[in-house]
Design a protein around this ligand. Structure first.
Ligand SMILES: Cc1cc2nc3c(=O)[nH]c(=O)nc-3n(C[C@H](O)[C@H](O)[C@H](O)COP(=O)(O)OP(=O)(O)OC[C@H]3O[C@@H](n4cnc5c(N)ncnc54)[C@H](O)[C@@H]3O)c2cc1C
Length: 426
């Protein structure tokens, strides 16, 4: 069943005089993974929480993302673990095809998108995860859709926020959880160029009907073309839909034209239209896909994740890129840590922000480094295949890097207990 992405709550405007700050008034920008996860914890700890999302409703875009390592424990403590598992993609394995569509390798051990299948990792569609996190937060969290922060004035004792909708409100803390191109970060820290580190290529993703009749299966289609990465296709939602991924190399990350979805689609069409296998057929669904998503493979690196009363969370502060495989898990773990530190500091933002960064930065840095490893592995695998007479690929050229070293990094974080274990939610 398609997820309900209508606003779960209508925007409510609360006059300042009626606000009861509780432990503190927190505004979170962005309702994807990081924002709702933080909202859940802060609300549970007694903060007054508002989430503002630029989109008119929870954004569709059911690309598969992974919840693994300590993020699974976060989900357990939020009481959503069973629901996440019930919505998992549950892929059985994958096949690797060469440019002519020949199956060069099949495995039930691993998939490119989900990692090792013998682990308890949860691969889930992004919009399913977001919906579950928002619902878990309950009705006490205020969601403002179709709105955004226009201006932030840090007055020292509070922050005054002007919204693009025109109204103004005061908060104690503002959290930028608005993704790799965070607007909150731009307002509080300056232009994106200072913080964005381009990695290899751009990624396009869209939904198509399951015209390949895949049964909980992933196909990786490899090309020798220098300008593309090939494609990854997987069946999702009880095999009723496909997710189609394509990758482009060599685009200028700073080109503003690349922000236009029509330009993005045109580029994909130009580079993929001549390809074999089922690619031309899959491309036809791209044009009208309701959830087409395109972005650069890039990371965010910052010397500090906070300034004054503003703090960054998830991709906004330390995006790992899809190549790290850890964006959503980092966001969920980070939300738990930040909320816990705000609770421990009883709302003292300076103390809490410093502790949040101290506690999380080593793990985040190690996870971001996984992306470079993945890109090197993928390039080596591609080169190995190109130099192979029969382009047979084989174990050593599998386009995945989820080995023991990867999981050693992923698992190397012990989730703190801020007294929530055993405490009654809300
Ligand atoms: C539509 C979409 C599709 C994605 N597809 C993939 C994928 O296929 N593979 C992958 O690895 N990762 C993907 N990601 C990124 C992935 O969700 C994150 O890496 C990870 O989950 C961390 O999430 P986040 O909440 O920090 O940031 P994000 O998931 O990027 O969420 C940021 C949120 O902030 C909102 N926002 C942006 N600007 C503003 C603003 N000015 N005011 C208010 N709200 C704003 C956005 O609409 C979005 O809801 C996708 C993200 C989105 C939004």
């Amino acid at each position: 069943m398609a997820p309900d992405t209508r606003p779960t709550r209508t925007a409510r405007r609360i006059p300042h005089s009626l606000e009861t700050p509780g432990r503190g008034r927190v505004l979170i920008s962005g309702a994807s993974v990081a924002g709702p996860a933080l909202a859940y914890w802060l609300h549970r700890y007694g903060f007054r929480v508002t989430v503002v999302e630029r989109a008119p409703a929870l954004r569709p875009g059911g690309q598969a993302i992974d919840v693994r390592g300590p993020a699974i424990e976060v989900a357990r403590r939020m009481g959503v673990l069973d629901e996440l598992r019930a919505h998992a993609t549950e892929l059985r394995g994958m096949s690797v095809l060469d440019e002519d569509g020949n199956d060069t390798h099949s495995t039930t051990d691993v998939t490119v998108s989900g990692g090792r299948l013998d682990r308890d990792d949860i691969e889930i569609l992004r919009d399913d995860l977001v919906r579950i996190l928002v619902r878990a937060g309950g009705p006490g969290i205020e969601y403002l859709f179709d709105d955004s922060i226009a201006r932030i004035d840090d007055c020292g004792d509070e922050i005054r926020v002007r919204f693009t909708g025109g109204h103004e409100r005061a908060f104690d803390i503002v959290v930028g959880a608005d993704g790799i191109h965070s607007h909150t970060r731009a307002l509080a820290f300056g232009p994106e160029e200072q913080f964005l580190r381009p990695l290899a290529g751009h990624l396009g993703v869209w939904t198509a009907p399951n015209i390949l009749d895949l049964d909980r299966w992933q196909i990786v289609y490899r090309t020798r073309d220098e300008q593309t990465w090939g494609s990854m296709v997987m069946s999702v939602r009880n095999n009723s839909e496909l997710r189609v991924y394509v990758g482009l190399n060599g685009l200028d990350h700073s080109d503003p034209a690349l922000r236009d979805p029509q330009v993005q689609k045109q580029l994909i069409a130009e580079r993929y239209a001549h390809m074999g296998w089922e690619i031309p057929r899959l491309l036809t669904y791209m044009w009208e896909a309701p959830d087409f998503h395109f972005d650069a493979g890039a990371q965010i690196h910052m010397d500090s994740w906070s300034t004054g009363r503003v703090v960054l969370l998830g991709d906004a502060g330390y995006c790992g890129s899809p190549a790290s495989g850890q964006g959503s898990s980092m966001a969920m773990v980070a939300a738990h840590v930040l909320a816990g530190q705000l609770k421990a500091a009883d709302g003292d933002h300076r103390r809490a922000f410093a502790a949040y960064e101290r506690e999380l930065r080593p793990w985040v840095t190690a996870n971001q480094a996984l992306a470079d490893r993945q890109i090197d592995r993928a390039e080596n695998a591609g080169n190995a295949e190109k130099s192979s007479e029969n382009s047979g690929g084989g174990e050593n050229s599998l386009p995945t890097f989820v080995d023991d070293d990867f999981y050693a990094v992923v698992d190397d974080f012990i989730l703190p207990d801020h007294g929530e274990q055993g405490a009654t939610a809300r």
